[in-house]
Design a protein around this ligand. Structure first.
Ligand SMILES: *[C@@H]1O[C@H](CO)[C@@H](O)[C@H](O)[C@H]1NC(C)=O
Ligand SMILES: *[C@@H]1O[C@H](CO)[C@@H](O)[C@H](O)[C@H]1NC(C)=O
Ligand SMILES: *[C@@H]1O[C@H](CO)[C@@H](O)[C@H](O)[C@H]1NC(C)=O
Ligand SMILES: *[C@@H]1O[C@H](CO)[C@@H](O)[C@H](O)[C@H]1NC(C)=O
Length: 827
């Protein structure tokens, strides 16, 4: 029994520990429906699988490819998404009948729209799976009507709605990557809708230019007149590993018109290379999941274009994790202009053999080349080198399973550029992270859906500052920032959100792009002292508009207790990256008297020695602020109680035990089931010793205080109610003493453990430098040592800060100054 519970405790603690070892923690979290982030949703009972998204130029209309329908949504209103037009486009009953006769599931036979692209200024080009017999059509973008009878959509759109594809229209020509047959084993990259000398082109399929690929994305680089395709496929060059998946980038030139005899109506400019998302001495993250293009900064050359991709691993060692890698266009180009692998046509084995270059594979304008040259490029299409990530390191590694991303460059108030990644997790959260020199900082997470969604897509609207998430159930609009959520200068700076800055004149955290005035901001370091001082920070401004003048030391929240009662004071976390600590003026919080609980709260028994002021301080990124002040006072109770000494406490341990044994109540009122809420000072009407009642006090709007009315047990025994002590007073005392000792031991162990965990968490969540992939569990002894040194250092820093602060105790902030808001507590 004992072992069992210990085991489960360990498991529970490990469960707590594991995620923070490997997870970069988002600083704040907005669950579904939280007031800090208003999501706008579009869904309708007759609209489903809304997963293909296309945004109009100005960002006012969102076209959506759904099941059996194309929609035009009016997204120009802030508070709602309105259906403007709908085109129904479903297979006939006969088509459906044939589809299910071919052995397909009825649920997969509808027309799932998988290609949706602007064709010209008045028309959209759309393709759907159409009962496993793909069709394409032109749709008037205003009226959303089909302008002619649908065409056959072979090799433009997959047959199977679960197969991934990619499509892009450039200058009226459609470039696609998809499978071109019913069974799904003839993959092609092809061009359609070409006119004149520009003929439709496809891949030569005699040499296996593609090996069972999964298409992810395609991207036009205008300066290069090239289109790049991203996909994963079986890496045949690794013939010593069965079915080794590799991620690829491939290219084709838009000017390509095929060869004259050799490679007639086939690409003469196709080349592919491996994308390697791998840290030194580790297994590669080999399966690309999504990729987005970040155009170069204004004035920078096209070569600086970056592609940010999500990669997962084929192997179970890294399962559930994902890595983000970025690739520079310059590196991709240099790999394509290098050497190519040679395929032995008899053994079908790849080798690296230095050969005379008859032509440059991947070069544009080869259509006029000799047959000899074209034969050479036909056979040499796999670049010998792999494309390595920019900076030769992974951008980040996460324990989250990310599936989609979109990337944006943000210019801040002080004219600095930051790269912000929006990452969608499989579990339905959108992470906003900013890439810093020191590593990745996850500013926040916003929950966008509850149920896992089989297919989803992301669309960023930079002009409107929103992201659209398309899922099986509908479309969700997520504002990319809500600066007003950070309502103090400190919180605004600590967020390190490049979209937000502190406006000292209006004392508000505002969107950085909208203003010309100089804002307080420090995305790189989040240094509050500097950023807020530079915008004339006063003590009062720190704690909101209602702060009392520094001269009048605030009493804080009054907590009336009876002696001997177990008091529990809550300490609200300013963010998930903050550390809480407790302080008393002119006194130490000895661990004999005080219990620091895992949720940051402080528990102790009310004795004359423990009455007085308590401060909860929250430290984040070297900045300390007071988040709560309590004044614990003895209740002027009519029932006179003898003052209880500390020794007496040990023989009266039941309440303490209870506090330890109970899981800590959450900070949120909604997390307190089955417990009676009491007004301050009120006593419990009935009590049994087996279940000492817990009194909840609402402090301000968000502060909750828990106390246990232990003094009541005495009253109960006087009433003659059955009490443990009444049954076996002689043994009970010993038993109780032993269990108290045990509990105290255990709890201090847990406290130490949690403290260590917290320290570790902090180190994990502090943006990691260098290769963040290296988890602490794989650290070398030297690294471990270094880390420990670090911890010690940061602890010491905390201490010195603390003592500096203690002198100004209680005067630098007040609870009521918080507007009843917790500074930045995720709601
Ligand atoms: C931003 O946060 C504030 C404070 O929580 C909230 O009142 C407001 O509605 C939020 N705005 C949006 C657009 O989410
Ligand atoms: C756009 O393309 C459609 C379909 O080919 C055609 O009917 C329409 O006239 C074109 N519109 C313009 C403005 O070129
Ligand atoms: C292609 O070759 C033909 C002769 O075969 C020549 O007339 C033509 O000018 C060449 N075109 C280009 C673009 O080089
Ligand atoms: C369509 O959505 C339903 C859930 O609404 C999902 O079960 C199904 O897999 C989706 N189909 C496709 C092809 O994505």
């Amino acid at each position: 029994m004992e072992n069992h519970s210990l085991l489960s405790l360990t498991v529970a603690l490990l469960g707590f520990l594991c995620p923070c070892l490997t997870r970069l923690t988002p600083r704040v979290s907005f669950p579904l429906g939280s007031p800090g982030r208003h999501l706008t949703r579009f869904s309708s009972h007759d609209v489903s699988n809304t997963t293909t998204l296309l945004l109009s130029e100005g960002g006012d209309t969102l076209y959506v490819g759904a099941r059996d329908a194309v929609l035009a949504l009016d997204v120009s209103h802030e508070d709602a998404i309105i259906l403007r037009n709908k085109l129904d486009w479903s297979p006939s009953d006969r088509d459906l009948e044939q589809c299910s006769m071919k052995g397909k599931k009825v649920a997969d036979c509808p027309n799932f729209i998988r290609v949706l692209q602007f064709y010209n200024i008045s028309h959209i080009y759309a393709c759907g799976t159409f009962a496993f017999s793909p069709r394409c059509t032109y749709i008037n973008s205003e009226t959303l009507t089909m302008s002619m009878k649908p065409d056959e959509g072979r090799s433009r759109c997959p047959y199977d709605p679960y197969q991934r594809n990619t499509a892009i229209i450039v200058d009226g020509e459609l470039y696609t990557g998809t499978v071109a047959d019913y069974r799904g084993n003839r993959p092609v990259i092809s061009r359609h809708l070409s006119e004149g000398r520009h003929v439709d082109l496809k891949l030569d399929d005699t040499l296996g230019w593609l090996e069972d690929p999964t298409f992810i994305s395609s991207s036009l680089i205008p300066d290069e007149e090239k289109i790049y395709f991203f996909f994963s496929e079986v890496g045949r060059e690794y013939d010593f590993i069965d079915k080794f998946i590799v991620s690829r980038v491939s290219q084709i030139c838009m000017s390509d018109i095929g060869g004259q005899r050799t490679l007639q109506r086939r690409w003469t400019t196709f080349a592919k290379a491996q994308l390697l998302c791998q840290a030194d001495n580790e297994l590669p993250y080999n399966v690309i999941q999504d990729i987005d293009t970040l155009p170069p900064a204004e004035g920078a050359p096209a070569d600086d274009t970056l592609f940010y991709g999500i990669f997962t691993s084929q192997w179970s060692v890294n399962s559930g994790r994902s890595a983000i890698c970025s690739f520079r266009l310059k590196d991709i180009k240099s790999v394509f202009s290098g050497n190519y692998k040679v395929l032995n046509r008899d053994t079908l084995q790849w080798s690296t053999r230095v050969q005379e270059k008859v032509a440059n594979p991947g070069e544009c304008g080869l259509h006029n080349a000799s047959d000899n040259a074209l034969r050479f490029v036909k056979e040499n299409f796999l670049a010998d080198d792999s494309v390595r990530p920019a900076g030769r390191s992974l951008t980040m590694v996460s324990a989250e399973h990310y599936s989609h991303l979109t990337v944006q460059r943000v210019q801040t108030a002080n004219n600095r550029d930051y790269t912000v990644l929006f990452l969608l997790t499989e579990s339905g959260y959108l992470h906003k992270s900013v890439l810093l020199q020191t590593g990745t900082h996850i500013i926040e997470e916003v929950q966008v859906f509850e149920q896992p969604q089989p297919v989803k897509s992301l669309k960023l609207s930079v002009p409107k500052g929103v992201i659209y998430v398309g899922t099986s159930e509908g479309v969700v609009r997520v504002p990319i920032a809500n600066c007003s959520f950070y309502w103090t200068c400190a919180q605004c700076i600590l967020a390190r959100d490049p979209f937000c800055g502190w406006d000292p004149a209006n004392r508000a955290c505002v969107e950085a792009s909208n203003t010309q005035i100089s804002l307080g901001q420090d995305v790189d370091r989040g240094n509050v002292e500097e950023a807020c001082n530079s915008v004339t920070l006063t003590h009062r401004a720190r704690f909101g508009p209602n702060s009392l003048p520094a001269a009048s030391c605030p009493a804080g929240e009054l907590v009336s207790v009876s002696l001997n009662e177990v008091v529990r004071l809550q300490c609200p976390a300013a963010s998930r990256l903050s550390q809480q600590l407790w302080e008393r003026p002119n006194s130490r919080l000895s661990s004999d008297l005080y219990l620091h609980l895992g949720d940051g709260s402080l528990s102790f028994v009310a004795t004359p020695a423990t009455l007085g002021h308590y401060l909860c301080l929250s430290t984040e990124n070297g900045y300390q602020q007071t988040t709560a002040i309590y004044h614990v006072k003895q209740k002027s109770s009519p029932v006179a109680q003898t003052p209880t000494s500390y020794t007496r406490l040990q023989t009266h341990p039941i309440p303490t035990t209870q506090v330890v044994a109970r899981p800590g109540p959450g900070l949120l009122t909604s997390e307190r089931p089955k417990r009676k809420k009491m007004r301050q000072g009120e006593t419990e009407p009935t009590l049994s010793s087996k279940d000492p009642q817990v009194v909840t006090r609402q402090l301000g709007r968000n502060f909750t205080l828990w106390t246990q009315e232990s003094g009541q047990t005495d009253a109960d025994s006087r009433d003659g109610k059955p009490l443990q002590s009444a049954r076996g007073p002689c043994y009970l005392k010993e038993l109780v003493v032993v269990s108290v000792l045990l509990v105290l031991c255990l709890s201090s162990l847990i406290t130490i453990f949690l403290y260590v965990v917290r320290q570790r968490c902090r180190h994990q969540t502090v943006p990691q430098a260098g290769t963040p992939s290296r988890e602490s569990d794989r650290r070398t002894p030297v690294e471990q040592e270094a880390l420990r040194g670090n911890q010690f250092l940061s602890k010491r820093n905390g201490q010195s800060l603390r003592s500096g602060q203690a002198s100004g105790l209680g005067c630098n902030g007040t609870l009521t100054g918080s507007n009843g808001h917790l500074p930045n507590t995720p709601i």
